[in-house]
Ligand binder design. Sequence first.
Ligand code: SAH
Length: 253
Amino acid sequence: MLIEAISVIPQVFAPYLDASIMGRAQKSQVFSFNAYDLRDWTHDRHRTVDDAPFGGGQGMLMKPEPIFEAVEDVSSRGDAAPYVVFFSPCGTPFTQEVAQRLATKDRLLFVCGRYEGMDERCYKLADEVISLGDYVLTGGELAALAVTDAVVRLLPGALGDDMSAQDESFSDGLLEYAQYTRPADFRGMLVPNVLLSGDHGAVDRWRRESALERTARLRPDLIDTANLTDKERSFVDSLYAEEVDVVIGQGGD
Ligand code: SAH
């Protein structure tokens, strides 16, 4: 996969993407990454990419000309046009499902905003606008990095072990089960016995229950849409019933 980013601070990508798993994935050609400086598509001496908003108000906006020229120019290179992603708090919330969808593309082009955002007409270039979450960053670069990371680790060969991306949080609509490594007794905190038993069937059942329990307690919104058997649904319902008991119990103290 080819991933490209247009930004006014293109130097911020390499330190993260050249390290560790992302670095290895680039070396083994799972993906390649190019960052472009938006200012290369300006034509004035100051290499201006921003301007004051019509109608007044604070801050500066990214002007449309350099962004249109940059996206058009980068897109025209290579055989296939890229799938163009912009970033904004007003975009579609980024989820594992979106990452899975983007992982099927051959070429992604990320356009990173800065300042108070962009002239609204720029979004005409976007195939999709993504929000990293309900908060405001100073720029789209972290969003581009987060999306790159989440997408690349889904690509075949990115993680050493091809199974490791399958069994994780959100992969089946649930949070991941609790995990433990050595020592089995750490400061009196014990690893659940079943995980030491060597009984793979029992381990699988425990893990599924752990995932269900954790999701039910921490993210009930995910339970509503998760793919559960009737038996699992009644297990979850019994957890909620238990919790009501606890609340009532505490109230009586
Ligand atoms: N004034 C805008 C925020 C601009 S922040 C607003 O209120 O919506 C500047 C840039 O940072 C944006 O153009 C976008 O590219 C990026 N950015 C900020 N928060 C983001 C978020 N939650 N998700 C994705 N990108 C974000």
